[in-house]
Design a protein around this ligand. Structure first.
Ligand SMILES: [Zn+2]
Ligand SMILES: [Zn+2]
Length: 223
């Protein structure tokens, strides 16, 4: 189901795409469009950014978050941004489930390289607002949050969902790093910020804070 979200006067379109129900966010202003996690080469996605300068930001490298990258590059000349620690995932698949889905034609895979490697700490202008790239390893090594303080929103990928967190049982996951990343987000992001996750509906950080602190403590205690 598609949704038009309004956060701080800014309109963000949420498209739920692909076999894993991944959120793709389209943030359009004037001549510019930001697409966060193009999950599928969907014609509506291509149409929504037509004739605009397009930047694609991948919150991490799992295929269900990047499978629309190449279509946007080909159709709109999109520049692709991903953290350097996840860039290899654009060229290889290391999860058996995803490999099986690709082999069975359920999800397209076109190996490609990004245009820009992120490290964390960068500042990106999005629709006139300053956004900060935060490196939040745990779910994957190169997961990022894009925190747009001026706009009161943060794209959190598979770090945080409403009432839950992303999986930390993948081969490239790290529960200890996840706990540290959750604590960083809790401390660095304003509580009123709307969180736009990689799956499921938006939430607000202050509503998740207690749960996230308890999950972080569990992740630390298990080690
Ligand atoms: Zn993921
Ligand atoms: Zn995901």
């Amino acid at each position: 189901m598609d949704r038009l979200l309004e956060v701080g006067g800014v309109k963000v379109m949420r498209l739920v795409l692909g076999p894993l129900g991944t959120n793709t966010y389209v943030h359009v202003c004037g001549e510019e469009a930001i697409v966060v996690d193009p999950a599928w080469p969907d014609p509506r996605l291509v149409e929504s950014v037509r004739d605009r300068t397009v930047r694609v930001i991948n919150t991490h490298g799992h295929l269900d978050h990047v499978a629309g990258n190449v279509r946007l590059r080909e159709s709109a000349g999109a520049a692709i941004y991903i953290h350097r620690d996840d860039a290899y995932m654009l060229e290889e698949i290391d999860l058996p489930l995803i490999r099986a889905m690709v082999d069975n034609g359920l999800i397209p895979f076109t190996p490609h390289r990004p245009d820009h490697m992120l490290e964390g700490g960068e500042r990106l202008e999005v629709c006139g607002g300053a956004c900060e790239v935060m490196h939040v390893p745990g779910h994957t090594r190169g997961s990022i949050v894009v925190y747009c303080a001026d706009l009161g929103m943060a794209y959190v990928g598979d770090l945080i969902f409403r009432g839950s967190i992303g999986r930390v049982d993948f081969p490239h996951s790290d529960p200890r790093a996840m706990a540290a990343s959750l604590r960083r987000v809790i401390n660095a992001i304003d509580g009123e910020t709307t969180l736009l996750p990689g799956h499921g509906p938006p939430t607000v950080l202050k509503d998740e804070r207690d749960l996230l602190e308890r999950i972080a403590a569990i992740l630390e205690g298990e080690l």
